[in-house]
Design a protein around this ligand. Structure first.
Ligand code: ADP
Length: 397
């Protein structure tokens, strides 16, 4: 396997399919784009890099139709190397999948059985897998799980204080998500700062979905998300932590149905719910500057809760050597980083205001002293391609 190969990374949602072609071992992203509004009247396949291109898809296009349209586009870019493997993002691997795994008919059955743990995500991931298996039946395909990186958490971190029977019978426990992102930025930090300076690390993935992980010597020992990606931090449209009594109240006193609760907690809460304006941090920063009280309150709650979660994650680490920001907000929003770090000054964190203000989407250290604070743009697709590559290499030494 000395020659360059292409690994196609796919992330299938219910009405979208993101793709990225990574050349390996150069780790170079050759093309990236997405199919949107699948199943609707006007679905499109968009190439975002290295050129922008928009191709209409047939009305009501499925994941399969999107991949059929993608095939000739890919062929234009795979002249120097061949497409050799496909890496699929799968949100929930339960306790069954602790690492990346090669897809097979048996494995698909196991995955189907896990769908109840992530009904919003896994069925869509499976639709993407089935479509790719039809489009590229001869290629090895791998499932890279959002949950796998956190599978080494101790029981004290992953169990809820519920009757243990619920864990044993239904798998109700904390799993954690955003694994490839936390794994990538923590590994990258260890390259930038080897040794003890990167031993006790908190990684903060702040995007539309937000999560933090406590990483001790490269291993996740706790994380803010739980059985589903709803637990933990305030997010774009998700509530994060909530007194479970609120749910009982809404069910009993306000007659919410499960579907309404689902909508409320996943789509109408978080920054959007508090600000009554937007889930987008850029818009909220702008509105706050113009005096919008809701935007100010939403951002205050967001940063307060993020700082509180980071302080809590210092407990399993027994201290802190470095904090890493990533994700759309973490990589770009200097004012948000500043607010979070200011509330963590009792842990010794101190930002360099100029470095913080100037770093937007680039990698770098933004602190004045130890513990260090970093911005490291996430590379989830590259991390997934890497996982597939090493899995494949282990099969063919
Ligand atoms: P996803 O989780 O969907 O991948 P992203 O990681 O792209 O989302 O993060 C989206 C969030 O990042 C949005 O709230 C967006 O406003 C915020 N963001 C992106 N660029 C900037 C910027 N320059 N300044 C502030 N926030 C930004």
């Amino acid at each position: 396997m000395s020659d360059a190969i292409g690994i196609l990374v796919l992330n299938a949602g219910s009405s979208s399919l993101k793709f990225s072609l990574i050349q390996w071992p150069q780790q170079q992203e050759i093309i990236k784009g997405l199919a949107e509004r699948l199943g609707e009247a006007e679905s499109t396949l968009r190439l975002q890099a290295p050129e922008t291109l928009s191709l209409p898809l047939p009305s009501g296009a499925t994941h399969e139709a999107a991949l059929q349209a993608l095939q000739p586009v890919l062929e234009r870019y795979t002249g120097q190397f061949s497409l050799t493997a496909i890496a699929h993002r799968v949100v929930h691997g339960g306790e069954h999948f602790k690492t990346t795994a090669r897809l097979s008919a048996d494995m698909l059955q196991t995955l189907e059985k896990l769908s109840h743990l992530a009904p919003l995500h896994n069925p869509a991931n499976l639709a993407g897998i089935r479509a790719a298996t039809t489009a590229w039946s001869g290629l090895p395909q791998y499932a890279v799980f959002d949950t796998a990186f956190h599978q080494g958490m101790p029981a004290s971190a992953y169990l809820y204080a519920l009757p243990q029977q619920l864990y044993r019978e239904h798998g109700i426990r904390r799993y954690g998500f955003h694994g490839p992102s936390h794994a990538y930025v923590s590994a990258r930090l260890r390259e930038l700062m080897p040794g003890n300076a990167s031993r006790r690390v908190i990684t903060a993935h702040l995007g539309n979905g937000c999560s933090m992980a406590a990483i001790l010597a490269g291993r996740s020992v706790d994380t803010s998300m739980g059985m589903t990606p709803l637990e933990g931090l305030v997010m774009g449209t998700r509530s994060g932590d909530l007194d479970p009594g609120v749910l009982l109240f809404l069910l009993e006193q306000c007659q919410y149905s499960p579907a309404q609760l689902n909508q409320l907690l996943n789509k109408k809460s978080g920054l959007l719910g508090i600000s009554e304006l937007s889930n987008d941090v850029r818009s909220l920063l702008q509105a706050k500057a113009e005096g919008h009280a809701g935007a100010r309150l939403a951002l205050d709650i967001f940063t307060y809760r993020a700082a509180k979660a980071a302080a809590a994650l210092a407990v399993p680490l027994g201290g802190l050597d470095a904090l890493v920001f990533t994700g759309g907000i973490g990589e770009n929003a200097g004012p948000i980083r500043q607010e979070i770090v200011a509330q963590l000054s009792f842990l010794g964190l101190q930002l360099d205001p100029e470095r913080n203000a100037s770093l937007q989407g680039q990698e770098g250290c933004i602190s004045l002293s130890a513990p260090s604070v970093w911005v490291i743009p996430t590379q989830e697709e590259r991390m997934m391609a890497r996982e597939a590559y090493f899995c494949m290499k282990a099969e063919k030494p």
